[in-house]
Every structure is written in structure tokens, then in C-alpha cells.
Design a protein around this ligand. Structure first.
Ligand code: FNR
Length: 384
């Protein structure tokens, strides 16, 4: 594969190919506040640590002599063809990490043909991010469901017009959680110069704050945004509203309990995303990987099952797929890639993950992601 060939030609990769090293490097290039916002998690960060530890408890048991000459990582999820079962998780305020922000991530994703999930909390309007990715690039839209229903409808219409083919609705963040790194630094990036571009550029939002957002009304606009960001009163009955305003597939992000997964299926949802927001919401919550098998079993083949929180390597992806995911979303690794190298940094992360997944599958005796099952895993011995 090309990363190896590059190395043979003495062209060394600009960033480490062990992506677990990116966090430490990113710390060196970001301000303390920016790094804390990305790397940080809720409370004592026990759930963020548990997310990683859960991967380590599973080990792959490779099988031999299985003709793995022809390999194909491609999958189709929620109607989107993907060259590998990897998506860019929705991450807000990317201008905090690199001046090119979301546009750089969109270009990197497009270069790899991978799907980017555009965040409602982005630092650049979704139309601009979509344009950077280009016409043929696959993209989905992530909704933070605001209190103002007219604003929600406007977001959905804009996302559709910007070419987003599937909707991801994040349920676990109707309010930001207790995040000590940000609290101790008195830091909320949205309030610090970055702003909330999708809101400020929205006609419904502008109408509510009495016109376009300028320096004069910026403070009031941010207060309006904060007050209406999430709706804690939502229930399962409200999902009908999404169906009425979004024609394509819908996936619910933040599902951890099998009963919630069943309710999602009963409500006609097309997918669930097993996620604890990278440990950023409920400290002490179950590791996302530990929640995955139960959710996958509850859903069966009635809906797509996606997974995130803690994915750092190709082997991690193989484990999540073996435990029932159809594809994974990757968060912090590409955020660090963006911080370290802009568009090329993100691309490096995406290339490494694909290459490592392909090698891991082949060396484990498999040719396609769909062949992964729990039989390929064993529990790691508890004594080390
Ligand atoms: C996020 N995440 C997130 N999720 C979402 O639905 N909308 C968003 O705007 C954001 N913003 C965001 C910012 C930052 C800095 C981080 C680290 C995360 C959560 C994200 O989509 C995903 O669930 C986690 O990042 C997955 O965990 P890992 O891969 O970071 O461990």
C-alpha cells in the first residue's frame, strides 16, 4: 500500500502512522483552551477512559489460509456508498483547530470518498463546507435540535439543498455537560470569536434577533443561541416532526440502551449511532463499545447500526464491526490531524485508518468488513 511504498522511497509520512500519538502532538500546537476543549470530556473523564479501555478488552484471533488476495472494504450505509466503513464524526467549531476549519476536513473527506457528517455547531456555514467538499462528495447533516421549530426546519431545508443525503440527530446533547477543563478555563469556543455560523447565517435565526448578526448585536445573538440551543423537553413522540420535514434516511446519535434502540426502530428510524459523544456528556456512563452488542442485537437487520467513541486504530474499527456496527465514526483523531496539518493532516488520518483496517482484516483472514463477527474476537485475559 502507498504508505509503505512512500516509506521505501524515503518519503516519510509527515505525521505518525500510530494515530494514538496525535493527541500529544496536537497539545503542542494548540492553545491550552483549544486543546482542553477537544481532548476533554465530562466530569472525571472516566467514560472517556472507559471508551478506550473497552477496546483493549477485546482481542482479535487471526485465522490462516483463507485466500485473502482480493480485499474490498466498501459498504453501503443509509443509501450512501462508502469505500470503507469510516465516517468523519460531526465536530463543531473546527476553526478553533485550524484556520481552514471544516472546509479542510470536507476536502480531505472528499479526496478519500468518505462521508463527512456536517455539524450544526460548525464554525463555517454548511453551504460553504459542502461547496469545499464539491458536488460528488458524500455528506450527511447532523442536527442539534433547537427549541425553535422553524429554525430546525430551516436547518433541514438548507442541509438538503447543500446535498446532505442523510440526517443524524444528536440526542445526548440538548445541553453541554459538566466539562471541568472548559469550566476551569472559563472557555466556550462558540463565545470566543468562533461563533455559530450555521445559526448566524440562517434567515429564521436572523429574523429572531432582528436582522443580520453584526458586531453590534453579536452578544445578544449568542445569548439567543445559547437559550435556544437544545430542547430538553423532547420525547419519542417528537420524532414524527423529523419525518415530516426530512425525506431521506434518519439516524439517532447517542443511543446506548437496547430499549432505546428498539424504540428508534419502532419510530421508523433508519439507523442508530451507538455513541456517548466521546465521553463528553455523562461521566460514569457505560463505555460505548460495551453498549454496542446489546444495541446491535436489539436492532437486528431492521436498521443500520453505527458506532463511535474511542476509535483510534484500524484494529478498533475491526472490533466495532465484529461487535455489530455497520460503520464507525471517527472524532478526535481527525480533529488532531486538522490541528497538525490542515486538510493533509485529516487526509493522513483517513488514509491510515483505511490502510490499517484493510491489513488487519486480511491478516485476520477476512476479505470484507461484512464478514466480521464476534467469532473473530476473544476477551483479553484480565491478568496482564
Ligand atoms: C464532538 N462531537 C459532536 N457531536 C455532534 O453530534 N455534534 C457536534 O457538533 C460535535 N462536536 C464535537 C466537538 C469535539 C471537539 C469533539 C471531540 C466531539 C462528538 C463526536 O461526533 C463523536 O461522537 C465523538 O468525537 C466520538 O468520540 P472520539 O472518536 O472523539 O473518541
Amino acid at each position: 500500500n502507498s504508505l509503505y511504498l512512500q516509506g521505501l522511497g524515503d518519503v516519510l509520512p509527515s505525521l505518525p502512522t500510530d494515530l494514538t500519538k496525535l493527541e500529544g502532538l496536537a497539545e503542542g500546537v494548540l492553545s491550552r483552551r483549544a486543546f482542553g476543549y477537544v481532548a476533554g470530556a465530562a466530569g472525571s473523564e472516566a467514560t472517556a477512559r472507559a471508551n478506550r479501555a473497552a477496546f483493549d478488552r477485546w482481542r482479535i484471533v487471526p485465522r490462516m489460509l483463507r485466500d485473502v488476495a482480493e480485499r474490498d472494504l466498501s459498504v453501503e450505509v443509509l443509501g450512501t456508498a462508502m469505500p470503507a466503513p469510516i465516517l468523519l464524526a460531526p465536530i463543531g467549531v473546527q476553526s478553533l483547530l485550524h484556520p481552514d476549519g471544516e472546509r479542510a476536513a470536507a476536502r480531505a473527506a472528499a479526496a478519500e470518498g468518505l462521508t463527512m457528517v456536517l455539524s450544526t455547531a460548525a464554525s463555517q456555514p454548511m453551504e460553504e463546507v459542502a461547496e469545499a467538499g464539491g458536488d460528488g462528495a458524500p455528506r450527511w447533516y447532523q442536527l442539534y435540535w433547537p427549541k425553535d421549530r422553524d429554525l430546525a426546519v430551516s436547518f433541514l431545508e438548507r442541509a438538503r439543498d447543500a446535498g446532505c443525503t442523510a440526517l443524524v440527530v444528536t440526542l445526548d446533547t440538548f445541553t453541554l455537560a459538566w466539562r471541568p477543563r472548559d469550566l476551569d478555563a472559563g472557555f466556550l469556543p462558540f463565545l470566543r470569536g468562533i461563533g455559530v455560523a450555521n445559526y448566524f447565517s440562517d434567515p429564521v435565526f436572523q429574523k429572531a434577533v432582528g436582522g443580520p448578526v453584526t458586531d453590534a448585536n453579536r452578544e445578544a445573538a449568542l445569548l439567543h443561541w445559547a437559550a435556544g440551543f437544545g430542547d430538553p423537553s423532547l420525547t419519542w413522540d417528537d420524532l414524527i416532526f423529523l419525518r415530516d420535514h426530512w425525506e431521506g434516511p434518519i439516524a439517532l446519535k447517542g443511543i446506548q440502551h437496547p430499549d432505546d434502540a428498539r424504540q428508534a426502530v419502532d419510530a421508523g428510524m433508519d439507523g442508530v449511532i451507538v455513541s456517548n459523544h466521546g465521553g463528553r456528556q455523562v461521566d460514569g456512563a457505560v463505555a460505548s463499545l460495551d453498549a454496542l452488542p446489546g444495541v446491535a442485537k436489539a436492532v437486528g437487520d431492521q436498521a443500520a447500526v453505527l458506532f463511535d467513541s474511542g476509535v483510534r486504530t484500524g484494529a478498533d474499527i475491526a472490533k466495532a464491526l465484529a461487535l455489530g456496527a455497520d460503520a464507525v465514526l471517527v472524532g478526535r483523531p481527525y480533529a488532531y490531524g486538522l490541528a497538525l496539518g490542515g486538510q493533509e493532516g485529516v487526509r493522513h488520518v483517513l488514509r491510515c485508518l483505511q490502510a490499517e483496517l484493510e491489513l488487519t482484516l486480511a491478516l485476520a483472514g477476512l476479505t470484507r468488513p461484512g464478514r466480521l463477527s464476534p467469532e473473530i474476537l476473544s476477551c483479553a485475559p484480565t491478568s496482564r
